[in-house]
Design a protein around this ligand. Structure first.
Ligand SMILES: [Zn+2]
Length: 261
C-alpha cells in the first residue's frame, strides 16, 4: 500500500485524535480520582474533628470526675478530723495519702481507695451508738429537771422516750451485753458495752431479750418497753456514757440534726 500525502495526513489526524482521547480519558479519570481523594480527605478531616471533640469531652469528663473524687477526699479528711475529735483512733485512707498526685490519673484506683474509706466509715458508724433505740416522743431531756416524783431539781442522766406497751427496744450500735437484769430505780435494765469507750443504758424494760456476755448488732431487739423501777408510765430511759462520762443522747439520735459525723 502506498502512503499518499492524504493518507499520511489522515493517519496523523487519527493519531492526534486517539492521543487526545487518551489524554481526555486519562484526565477525566484523574479528575474522578482526585474528586474521590478530596471527598475522602474531607471525610477523614470530619472524622478527625469529631474524634478531637470526643477526646476533649472525655478529658473534660475525666477532669470533672477527678474534681468530684477530690471533693469526696476532702470530706474524708473532715471525717478523719471528726473521728479524731471523738477519740476514735482510726484514720480513713485518703486518696492523697497513698496515691501521688500524678497517679490520680488512674481514677479507678483513686476511686477504689475512697470507696475503702467509705466502707471503713460505715463500719465505725455501726460501732458508735448513733441512732434511735425506740421510736417514741421525747418526754424528758438530758440534764437538770424537776423530779417527776418529788418535784425537786435533779439531774436526769439520759432521755425518756414515750413508748407503747411492749414496744421493741433496739441496740443503737454493735456491742456486748455488760448487764441484763434488775437494777434499782432503772427497773429491768440492759447495759451494752461498745467500742471506743461507749456504753448505752436501756431502762424500765418490761422484758429483757438478751443475756450478759451476748454479742448484739446495731438494730438487735434487746427487750420491750415497760414501766419497771422508778417510773411513772411506759417509756424507755436511754443513756449514753463514754469512759464513764454521761453524754447527751439527743446528740446521737439523728445524724442530720446534730451532725455527729
Ligand atoms: Zn429517764
Amino acid at each position: 500500500m502506498k502512503l499518499g500525502l492524504k493518507n499520511i495526513y489522515l493517519i496523523i489526524l487519527t493519531v492526534i485524535s486517539i492521543t487526545s482521547l487518551i489524554i481526555a480519558v486519562k484526565s477525566s479519570s484523574n479528575k474522578k480520582e482526585l474528586e474521590k481523594l478530596k471527598s475522602e480527605v474531607k471525610l477523614l478531616r470530619e472524622e478527625l474533628i469529631k474524634k478531637e471533640e470526643e477526646l476533649k469531652k472525655a478529658v473534660e469528663e475525666k477532669e470533672k470526675l477527678a474534681r468530684k473524687l477530690q471533693s469526696i477526699e476532702e470530706k474524708i479528711k473532715k471525717a478523719n478530723k471528726t473521728l479524731k475529735r471523738k477519740g476514735i483512733k482510726i484514720k480513713l485512707p485518703q486518696g492523697g495519702l497513698f496515691i501521688p498526685a500524678d497517679r490520680k490519673e488512674n481514677l479507678e484506683f483513686y476511686a477504689s481507695t475512697l470507696e475503702t474509706s467509705m466502707e471503713k466509715l460505715l463500719k465505725i458508724m455501726a460501732e458508735v451508738p448513733v441512732g434511735v433505740p425506740l421510736y417514741g416522743r421525747l418526754t424528758s431531756r438530758f440534764g437538770y429537771r424537776k423530779d417527776p416524783f418529788n418535784g425537786k431539781l435533779a439531774f436526769h442522766a439520759g432521755i425518756d422516750l414515750k413508748a407503747q406497751p411492749r414496744q421493741p427496744v433496739f441496740a443503737t450500735a454493735n456491742g456486748i451485753v455488760k448487764f441484763a437484769g434488775w437494777s434499782g430505780g432503772y427497773g429491768k435494765l440492759v447495759i451494752i458495752k461498745h467500742k471506743y469507750g461507749y456504753e448505752t443504758y436501756y431502762g424500765h424494760l418490761f422484758k429483757i431479750r438478751v443475756k450478759k456476755g451476748q454479742r448484739v448488732k446495731a438494730g438487735t431487739v434487746i427487750g420491750y418497753a415497760g414501766s419497771t423501777g422508778r417510773s411513772t408510765g411506759i417509756h424507755l430511759h436511754y443513756e449514753i456514757r463514754r469512759y464513764g462520762r454521761l453524754l447527751n443522747p439527743l446528740k446521737f439520735l439523728y445524724l442530720n440534726r446534730y451532725n455527729a459525723f
